[in-house]
Design a protein around this ligand. Structure first.
Ligand SMILES: C[S@@+](CC[C@H](N)C(=O)[O-])C[C@H]1O[C@@H](n2cnc3c(N)ncnc32)[C@H](O)[C@@H]1O
Length: 205
């Protein structure tokens, strides 16, 4: 799909993420994606999980036509039309948006927490806790710093460049993210180390 907006990183990381999702997702379910960007992950995972409906959302709507085109090109009926969703909003889109009419099985969010103010972490955790079914999963993916783990030089440089672009951005400390999750009622269940110094975290409602 060469004409559609495209993130090379999303193409590189989608397979390793899928490998983990295959271990944690059941055969059927409803997933809400936060900060979907180009929609590459939405389309790739919806194709891999035919028994799931996938609701892509993002704070910005400029890439929504590309997401719709991407899922139409892939012939997918299980990708719902993208919705605007800012995790900082006190209420996330209400029914009749189908993905919000019933408790969700999964909320998925890749590469947002470090490219957004820290308050988005609490917004993500609280929103996920409001919308997940008991036992439902929040999956986050991206770079983190961890206590007792020497930071990768690449992540230190990335963190510096993020903070130079916007002082409210920056790579988050896993322990701080897990604390926000706990406060919202979510428990960190799994930590998977993925290529390029990224982690996939699984939280449970
Ligand atoms: C680096 S992109 C990640 C896109 C995609 N998830 C990926 O991994 O390729 C960060 C995304 O976070 C979104 N974002 C930033 N702040 C947000 C917020 N408060 N609520 C929802 N999305 C937000 C941006 O609009 C952008 O699409």
């Amino acid at each position: 799909m060469p004409d559609l907006p495209h993130s090379p990183a999303a193409d590189r990381n989608k397979e390793p993420i899928l490998e983990v999702l295959r271990c944690v997702f059941g055969t059927r379910g409803a997933a809400l994606e936060i900060a979907c960007g180009t929609g590459q992950h939405a389309v790739f995972f919806a194709a891999a999980f035919a028994g799931w409906t996938w609701q892509p959302t993002d704070m910005e709507s400029d890439l929504f036509p590309a997401i719709t085109a991407r899922s139409a090109q892939a012939g997918l009926a299980n990708v719902l039309p993208p919705l605007r969703l800012d995790v900082l909003a006190p209420q996330w889109p209400a029914p009749p948006a189908p993905a919000f009419a019933q408790p969700l099985d999964a909320v998925y969010c890749a590469n947002m927490l470090h490219i957004a103010p820290w308050a988005t972490c609490s917004g993500l955790m609280r929103g996920a806790a409001r919308h997940l079914a008991p036992g439902g999963l929040l999956v986050t993916y991206g770079p983190y710093f961890e206590d007792g783990v020497p930071p990768a030089p690449g992540n230190l440089a990335f963190d510096e460049s993020l903070r130079a672009r916007d002082p409210s951005w920056g790579i988050r400390r896993l322990e701080d993210v897990a604390d926000e999750a706990r406060r919202a009622g979510l428990a960190l269940r799994e930590r998977h180390a993925l290529p390029a110094n990224n982690l996939l975290l699984v939280f449970e409602a």
